[in-house]
Each structure stands twice: as C-alpha cells, then as structure tokens.
Write a protein that binds this ligand. Structure first.
Ligand SMILES: Nc1ncnc2[nH]cnc12
Ligand SMILES: [Zn+2]
Length: 330
C-alpha cells in the first residue's frame, strides 16, 4: 500500500457520526439537528461550523478524547498513513467543560495507544479559532507555548479567515513561534489570494492551511513556490464546501506545475465523506498524479512536519524503503 502522511485534520471534525451518536446517548443529548440517517447534515460553511461545534460538545472527558484520537489514527494507519498531525482546539474542550490540560493529555494518550497498535506517529497542533476573536486565539497560543506536552509541536489558527484583521492575531503567533512551535494558519479557503499574502506577511508561517486561492494571483504563486511555503491542500473539503465547483476547477495541478509544495489532507473527513486514502485517490484520478508523484506528496508532508529531526529521518527512511520495495516488486 502507498504510504501516506496527513498534516491537516481537525480532531473534533474527524469524529464519525456513529461515535458522536453514542456519545450523545451517553450524555443524554439529541443529535437530530446535525446528524440524520447516520450522516452529518448541514448545507453551507456556517451550518458546517455549527454541526462541528455541536459534535465537539459531546466529547467531555479525557477518555472521550483518548478514544477519539485512537480511533481516528488507527483508521488512518489502516489506509497506509505513517504520520499524522491533527489540530486541537482547547476552546472547544473548555466549552464542553474540560480543561485544556486534560483535553491534551487525553488526545496524547490516544496517539500513544494508536502508535503501540499500528506504528503511526502523531503530533498535535494547538489552534485558536479566528472567529472567537484575538483574545481567545492568544489564550490558545499561551496554552500551546506553556503546556509542556511533548506531542504538541505546532500552533495554528482555524475558523472563519474573513473574521478580524491579521494584525490583531500577530501577538498570538509571536508567542507560539518564540516557544519553538511550528506555525500554520488557515488562509486562501474562503478568503482570496490577499488573505494568503496577509497570512505570510503577518504570521510568517512555514505552512498554510488550504492556501489554494493563492492561484488567483500569479505573483503570489511565484512567492509561495520560491519561499517553499507548504500548502495543506484538502481537495474534497474544497469541492464539498463549494470553494470550487468540481475537481476540474481545482487549482492543485496549476499550483503543482508552478513548483508550489503541496500536501494532501482530509480536513474534517466524515463531514465531507472523505479519508486520507480517498484524497490520494482523488488526486490520482482528477489531478493525474501517478504513484511516484503521490509518494513525492507524502515526502513533502514529512519534510514539512513539525517533528524533531530524528523522527523526520526515521519517517523519511520508512518512505524510501517502501518506495524501493515497490520498485523491486515491479
Ligand atoms: N475547513 C475549515 N476551515 C476553517 N476552519 C475549520 N475548522 C474546521 N474545518 C475548517
Ligand atoms: Zn482545516
């Protein structure tokens, strides 16, 4: 099986409807507003975010989060993934009544359990939610910088990128960067190329979440390629949320041809009826990536991962060995 790596998945958004339904039974809650016939039910970005928030609210204990991360990562490993970074959101945990520390400890325990079962490596990127405002994002950054959890290696910002001015979030990113965390930020999904440019100028990230609307500005495409900024592309999310009408209008091939460094990711997999395996299959079918090109995508993800150099070397060796074995088999 082709080896894969994922850098962009929101852990609350990875909860399968069946798991959320069983959590609702445990806590005596009603999911009929956002889960119908065993699937998530929403119709636009705002109602998607509402469904996401409602599902997140049903994970309330350290063990709930350990089971969520373990389930998610085990499924990922079964599809050939050797590495995963997922986004955490202390704000969502606090809204569900759990401290950021217990939330992070639970998710970390899930990573350890999944690694013991499957060998998959995992790391966490703490995120602030942009539409919760600059104070909330700064609080998330302070938590990321001081929590001391060895598997927290990055900081990012998700949520509605059209909310607030970038300058108001600069301090949060400075706090995280000074603590030695890797930096990524959602931009160029519902905002255009100017949103990506502002994210680069104000936050100096090494990666951009989505970033696909970079394609709207040829100068910015050149800048992203030249500076080696890695885009965490989520093709299925983009089409399901209506950022592009279909795969023939998706800019992956154009950005790839321009020399931008791209990765493939599932974002919020059950909300978009996707998985890491499906994203790679979509890229193969619609963007004409052969096995060597897909392996290069995995390699880019490992190069851009927020991990220590020894772990990176180990992961890159696993990928190189699998590729060599594939060549021998052919
Ligand atoms: N696709 C997305 N864009 C922005 N924020 C998100 N949070 C969860 N999924 C998201
Ligand atoms: Zn995302």
């Amino acid at each position: 099986m082709l080896l894969k790596a994922e850098l962009h998945c929101h852990i609350e958004g990875a909860a399968l409807p069946a798991l959320v339904t069983s959590q609702a039974e445990k806590y005596g809650a009603d999911v009929s507003a956002f889960i119908r016939d065993g699937a998530y039910h929403w119709h636009d970005f705002s109602s998607f975010l509402a469904a996401y928030d409602a599902a997140a609210n049903l994970f309330r204990s350290e063990e709930d989060y350990a089971a969520l991360a373990e389930t998610y990562l085990t499924g990922l490993a079964n599809e050939g993934a050797i590495y995963s970074e997922f986004f955490t959101s202390p704000d969502h945990a606090e809204r569900a009544g759990l401290s950021p520390q217990a939330y992070t400890a639970g998710l970390g325990e899930g990573i350890v359990r999944a690694r013991a079962k499957t060998g998959i490596e995992g790391r966490m990127i703490v995120t602030g939610v942009r539409h919760f405002g600059p104070a909330a994002v700064e609080k998330a950054a302070r938590f990321a910088a001081t929590c001391g959890h060895p598997l927290v290696t990055g900081f990012g910002m998700a949520g509605d990128e059209r909310s607030g001015h970038p300058r108001d979030f600069v301090r949060a990113f400075d706090i995280a960067r000074e603590a030695g965390l890797g930096i990524t930020v959602h931009a160029g999904e519902f905002g255009g190329a100017d949103s990506v440019e502002a994210a680069l100028d104000y936050f100096a990230p090494t990666r951009i979440g989505h970033g696909v609307r970079t394609v709207e500005d040829p100068d910015l495409v050149r800048r992203v390629a030249e500076e080696g900024v890695v885009l965490e592309v989520c093709p299925v999310s983009n089409v399901v949320l209506g950022v592009f009408p279909d795969y023939t209008h998706h800019p992956f091939p154009q950005l790839h041809a321009a020399g931008c460094r791209l990765t493939l990711n599932s974002d919020d997999p059950p909300h978009f009826h996707t998985s890491i395996g499906h994203e790679y299959a979509v890229a193969s079918r619609h963007f004409d990536l052969d096995e060597a090109a897909l392996t290069a995508v995995t390699c880019t993800a490992l190069e851009a991962a927020f991990v220590d150099e020894e772990t990176r070397r180990t992961l890159l060796s696993r990928l190189a060995e699998a590729e060599a074995a594939q060549v021998v088999a052919e």
